[in-house]
Design a protein around this ligand. Sequence first.
Ligand code: ZN
Ligand code: ZN
Length: 433
Amino acid sequence: MTNITNSNFVHTHVHSSYSAFDGLTSVHDLVHKVRKMGFKSLALTDHGSIGGWVKFLQECSAQQDKNGKDIPYPQIKPLLGVEAYLCNNRFVKSKREQPSGRRGNTHLILLAKNWKGYENICKLVNTSWVEGFYMDPRIDMDVLSQCSEGVIVSTACLKGIININLLHGRYAEAKRIATCFKDIFKDDFFFEVMYHGINAQRIIMPDIFRLAMELNIPICASNDCHYLEKEHAASHEVLMAMATGRCLSDPKRMRFPYGEFYLKDINEMVKIFGSHPRVLTNTVMLAERVDTEDIRKNLYSGMRLPRFEVPFGFASPLEYLRHLATQGLVKLGWDKSPEHIAAFEKELEDIKVAYDNNKYDFATYFLIVHDYINHAKKKGILIGPGRGSGYASVILRCLGVTYGINPLQAGLWERFLGFKNAKFVKADDFYSE
Ligand SMILES: [Zn+2]
Ligand SMILES: [Zn+2]
């Protein structure tokens, strides 16, 4: 391959420190380096977690660093993903009837192609923790096929279900599973190849190419990056030892066999896959499938809140908010203060207007904050008095979310709600620090 640059390749399988005890690099350092290296795009695929997504989105398009200095490198296109744990049945909390292997699950890369895919991966990750957790947060084919729209799938590492079957000489079974993925994900299903000097990776490679040809499925090269620089391999070993509760001197501890899991540039990737340049450039084709604008547009419009069930008898969150806050108003004796009553009514009216005009659901937001603060109080968790302009809300004070000063003294209600220019409510952390 001649004249190939980092813009001809995309790392589609990358871990950050959001892969708990397995990824070494902060999202900031990762994105900074990738922008500096001249890649056009980058995926974030942490183990069972999408916790880094928001930070990742911000870092990919940031124009200034945290000190306000201009970042001299071009923005990059973020590919939001996860390395999910796939098992046979997410409700079986044992290794019974599960894939073979130490933890009874396999790995699979999922990437959001558009907003629908974003929502579906959120659902899948949520399901993996709530319904599927056994040693790892797991999904199964049942829920994966229900949430497949807008999701790009790639076959991951040696712990991927197809690779495990190939490694055990079960070509027909690998083909059956690949066909199943292809039926569900159509052209958004990719084989993945990686090589870190591990013999097993070399052994299955011809079979992956054969399968890809027989089933007409594109192959993407990846490097399953777990740290940024080659010399970080030793630090990653320490992290792995901590994760598994072993000493570095323990010969039986789990370890990555070679120090090759760093973020390689295109020249290093060419050294491995130069004889099959398509597997490198296919990663660009994969990245081009992703409609980041669709994701950004939906993500940053309105407020995204969990659903809050109001008790029977209340027609809306606003009505229930008024009910709860009125109790507080009486308790504080402010129901006899015209000044407080006026501020109280103004806040409720502002909340209603924000919803009617922009669908900003501050009523639900306040109820959720009230709910978790109340829970913390019951559990004896220390609560701070509130901070920032949140002090200025009479309603938050009536709900017991803030305490201490008289909110009218702050006079910052408008700033707190940020109707004029803010797109999001300022979600202060009310817990004691
Ligand atoms: Zn993996
Ligand atoms: Zn991985």
